[in-house]
Design a binder for this molecule. Structure first.
Ligand SMILES: [Fe+2]
Length: 345
């Protein structure tokens, strides 16, 4: 490949003459923005052990009252992007959030889409668009773009959950903002029970739901049961995965990030292909070794890791006699919509 001319090769007064009228020569930076064969990725394979993070998050509960935090969160920041950027990958933000008994995180809505994966504790709930969503270990709760949401806690112990947002992308687009609101009125009904039977949808008076986000809570017991049914149904099936989808359309649950649950059989090693999106893995149950981009992590229960795009990921269940279960998030919906999605096998 040809070496392209450098900025230093040009006369300084010429470069300054360009700069004075807001012009820049492309060729010195061309390889930087269009590198050969594979993108330059700042996202670094990074592991956040829960047992390291948990005491620091509980300490935040002592140091900062909820009124001074609004959302009491420690951000899982990828050092490859710089910690101050508060991003796990190009499009994903991860935060571990703590709510103490009796605390209230007030109602707001914002343009970035969020989900929560509940990690620890009982008795908390998120109210989304008037629907009260109980928060239990492994449940996935959506707070899509523009929907009001607030968190309350009637239990006796701290509740902790993992937030996954497309904040870095929406912020990059200069489209990120929030609005504060009044405490929501809780409406009757729970969407998670409405869609509990696959292949069946509620259709009163022959009408299907017109809501953009008809299902807001995906209970872990249903996702786990679906994975176990897959494992029983086909003993030879290596890749046991379910996707969190919009049950009315069959499309992705949210517009920018994708969400999945994986089951690893006892002792199983599973290789996920090198695909363009960055990925996040969180252990719901079990012990998993994750290897990607030259890094290897021993993931205990409630640990979280992030891997860059265009790299294969190998997952090994370190439990020899029981399955392990993982929650996974990625940037697939975004990549597919933009036409840049690749699976390199
Ligand atoms: Fe929020």
């Amino acid at each position: 490949m040809n070496d392209l001319g450098r900025l230093e090769d040009l006369p300084p007064d010429y470069v300054q003459a360009l700069r004075d009228v807001n012009l820049v020569p492309l060729w010195p930076s061309l390889r930087g923005v269009l590198p050969p064969n594979i993108p330059t990725r700042q996202t670094r394979a990074t592991h956040w052990p829960y047992q390291t993070l948990r005491p620091l998050l509980l300490k935040a509960g002592e140091l900062t009252p909820i009124e001074k935090a609004e959302r009491r969160v420690l951000v899982l920041a990828n050092p490859g992007h710089g910690l101050e950027k508060m991003q796990a990958s190009a499009a994903m933000y991860l935060g571990m959030q703590l709510l103490m008994p009796g605390e209230w995180a007030p109602s707001h809505r914002h343009t970035p889409n969020a989900v929560r994966m509940i990690v620890e504790g009982e008795g908390a709930y998120t109210t989304v668009d008037g629907e009260k969503c109980p928060m239990r270990r492994g449940d996935l709760i959506l707070t899509p773009t523009g929907l009001w949401h607030e968190h309350g806690h009637d239990g006796t112990d701290p509740v902790i959950w993992l937030d996954v947002l497309d904040l870095p992308l929406v912020h990059y687009m200069e489209a990120s903002y929030h609005v504060n609101g009044e405490r929501q009125t809780i409406l009757p009904g729970q969407g998670s029970t409405r869609y509990v039977r696959s292949g069946l949808l509620p259709s009163p008076v022959f009408q299907r739901s017109a809501k953009a986000y008809p299902m807001l809570r995906y209970p872990w017991q249903d996702a786990r049961a679906a994975l176990e049914a897959m494992a029983r149904d086909d003993a030879g099936l290596a890749h046991l995965q379910v996707s969190y989808i919009n049950p009315e359309t069959g499309g992705d649950a949210e517009n920018i990030l994708g969400f999945y649950a994986l089951m690893l059989r006892p002792g199983q090693t599973l290789r996920l292909p090198a695909r363009s999106p960055a990925q996040v893995f969180h252990v719901i149950e079990g012990q998993v070794a994750a290897t990607s981009a030259g890094s290897s992590f021993h993931m205990a229960e409630a640990d979280t890791c992030c891997t860059p795009g265009y790299e294969a990921v190998t997952l090994t269940n370190l439990w020899a006699s029981q399955p392990s279960f993982l929650f996974m998030a990625d940037e697939s919906p975004l990549h597919r919509k933009l036409g840049v999605y690749e699976d390199r096998g």
